[in-house]
Design a protein around this ligand. Sequence first.
Ligand code: RI2
Length: 294
Amino acid sequence: MKIRGAGKIAREGAEAIGHFARTYQGNDLQQFMEDLNDAMQELLSSRPTAVSLWNGVHSSVAGVKDADNVDDARELIIKQSQEFIKESEESIRRIAEIGAKRIEDGDVIMTHCNSSVAIGVITEAYRQGKDIKVYATESRPWRQGILTVNDLSKEGIDTTLIIDSAVRLVMKKVDKVFTGADTVTSQGNLINKIGTSQVAICANEARAQFYVCTETYKFSPMTVTGDLVKIEERDINEVVSEGEIPSNVKVFNPVFDVTPAKYISGLITELGVISPGAVYGIMERKFGKELMKE
Ligand code: RI2
């Protein structure tokens, strides 16, 4: 939890695998591949839900199995990890430009948790001179909404913090919702911070538009062949302090939830705004034959 936000997690994963390649000592190619595999597994198991990490690490090592020697393999990983980081940062800038066009003067916006990509979109619209108001959810248990209201108010944006259970009441005033993404499935479903699906259902009921701000490396190729996204569960100490509740009471602390595609008005990506139904087509272009499994 020192590193938060699916995009940042992906860039740090790419940086870590680049660091592994930069500092690796030894010339035995087979040993290198084994050590690389161990390093990848350790990184990937740290955050199982955000596919951004998987894509950041895998695109850094793409093609490395064809390397003739350790030096070539190291060079390729270092180059590709830096490329991934650069492209990821460029994607956030592009999404801000594209997404800001969806925001009109006078819009009341809601956002959930702390997404650097969604904040980028909202901030860009404000910098363009649009008069906007933002409601940001607290996002229990880690309260990342506090980060969000700090980021938005620093920009001068009219920002209101609400508790998560106030979402439905407040939604009556909201025109558009902008959230981030941890993972997007091939069917266009969204996996994002717990509570996102409630926000989406309330938006649907109140006829507010619900936009997902996401780089395409948050699209999960594994979901094409039916793999389910593993929802991370975290320690109960995030929810209650020791001794606060009887020891025979269980606490369930899931970190993410699934928002069905039918509640999503559009996904704002670095390639443009797409409907949830267009996600698979983008995946085909991005991952090609890798999507097929035997
Ligand atoms: P950016 C965060 O979760 C939130 O769910 C947020 O919407 C998502 O990552 C995307 O964040 P976590 O991975 O990449 O920090 O837009 O638990 O910053």
